[in-house]
Design a protein around this ligand. Structure first.
Ligand code: AP5
Length: 308
């Protein structure tokens, strides 16, 4: 059964029909979709996929249920604090694609004992605390080690990666090599003053990592997570001096990255004003139509190859 009140979820599993001319008339193509019975199972599996991303390839990952499903492969761009993590969480709930955040991987490593942290990871955590970007080579090692997550049958929402042109080029080369394509790259835009206000008021659950805001998205019980009652904390890099460094790093790197994805015709510009649900509702229709176009393209190629 689909989750109640989740209309996009219902739409995602409804069977869309696409039409095209094949020379002899109109042919109807039915887009692959997952049977409804898979849905609850997929939700619980998503959490396990997420833990594989957080802890690396040695963590066992359950096999995704088989199904002819065209996966969502989405990249989220935008300044620190614009709301990427919040949107990734909502997109995960509505599309069932796994939320893969490089920042979460570093924070998970920070929670491990000193002995369990490699020298490269210790160095990376130093950059993170200061608000600086971790060097491309360290980030790339971490993503490449988890490249199996890019093949996940449920798809993925990459949050915080790529963040530099070099990372975007490396991701493209890897995905081309593995025969994978992106559905879309969403760039969230918001004035800097609002970004700083969002970062200053952010609180995160120490257990399940759900994100709150002291005034905009407060928990029902002060300092406690609504989902798991875990204690809420303020991130080290949300101190004013780190926020400044992070915003400067973003400004240096954003333009070439945005240009790269605009040239690849993958870029979607989305204003990040309004409530999280409003932003998500603003994003989903174009994501849907891009995926339908991608599917139509795949079917065209399939038909072409079949006729040759
Ligand atoms: P990372 O964890 O990726 O942080 P970030 O990109 O700086 O983004 P944030 O998590 O701070 O913000 P967000 O956009 O997700 O906003 P959120 O949804 O939380 O990276 C951390 C560090 O790791 C980097 O600085 C770097 O050192 C390192 N790193 C990671 N990836 C790297 C890479 N690829 N290369 C190099 N280094 C890397 O929302 C913020 C607040 O606003 C919350 O309180 C939320 O409740 C609130 N909010 C959200 N939406 C709304 C809304 N619509 N209205 C009102 N409030 C809202």
């Amino acid at each position: 059964m689909a989750r109640p009140g989740n209309r996009w979820h219902d739409r995602a599993i409804a069977v869309p029909t696409l039409c095209f001319q094949d020379g002899t008339g109109v042919t109807r193509i039915t887009a692959p979709a997952l049977p409804r019975s898979y849905i609850p199972q997929m939700n619980s599996l998503n959490k396990q996929f997420h833990s594989r991303w957080l802890h690396g390839p040695s963590v066992a990952c359950e096999t995704f249920p088989p199904g002819a499903h065209l996966p969502w492969r989405i990249v989220l761009l935008g300044a620190p604090g614009v709301g990427k993590g919040t949107q990734a969480d909502l997109l995960n709930q509505r599309l069932d694609a796994c939320h893969l955040s490089t920042g979460d991987v570093f924070r998970a490593a920070a929670g491990r004992s000193d002995a369990d942290q490699s020298p490269a990871m210790k160095e990376a955590l130093g950059y993170m605390r200061r608000g600086e970007l971790v060097p491309d080579s360290t980030v790339w090692d971490l993503v490449r080690e988890r490249s199996e997550c890019l093949h996940c049958a449920g798809g993925f929402i990459l949050d915080g990666f790529p963040r530099t042109l070099a990372q975007a080029v490396a991701l493209k080369q890897l995905m081309d090599h593995e025969g994978l394509g992106l559905t879309a790259v969403v760039n969230y835009e918001l004035p800097e003053a609002e970004i700083v206000a969002r970062l200053g008021g952010r609180r995160t659950c120490e257990k399940c990592k759900t994100v709150y805001h002291v005034t905009e998205r407060p928990p029902k019980v002060a300092e406690r997570c609504d989902r798991c009652a875990g204690k809420l904390f303020q991130r080290d890099d949300d101190r004013p001096e780190s926020i400044k460094v992070r915003l400067e790093a973003y400004k240096r790197n954003a333009a070439p990255l945005i240009e790269f994805y605009a040239k690849a015709r993958l870029l979607m510009q989305v204003p990040a004003t309004g409530t999280p649900d409003e932003i998500c509702d603003r994003t989903l229709p174009e994501l849907e139509s891009r995926r339908i176009r991608q599917f139509a393209h795949l079917m065209w190629s399939y038909e072409e190859n079949r006729r040759d």
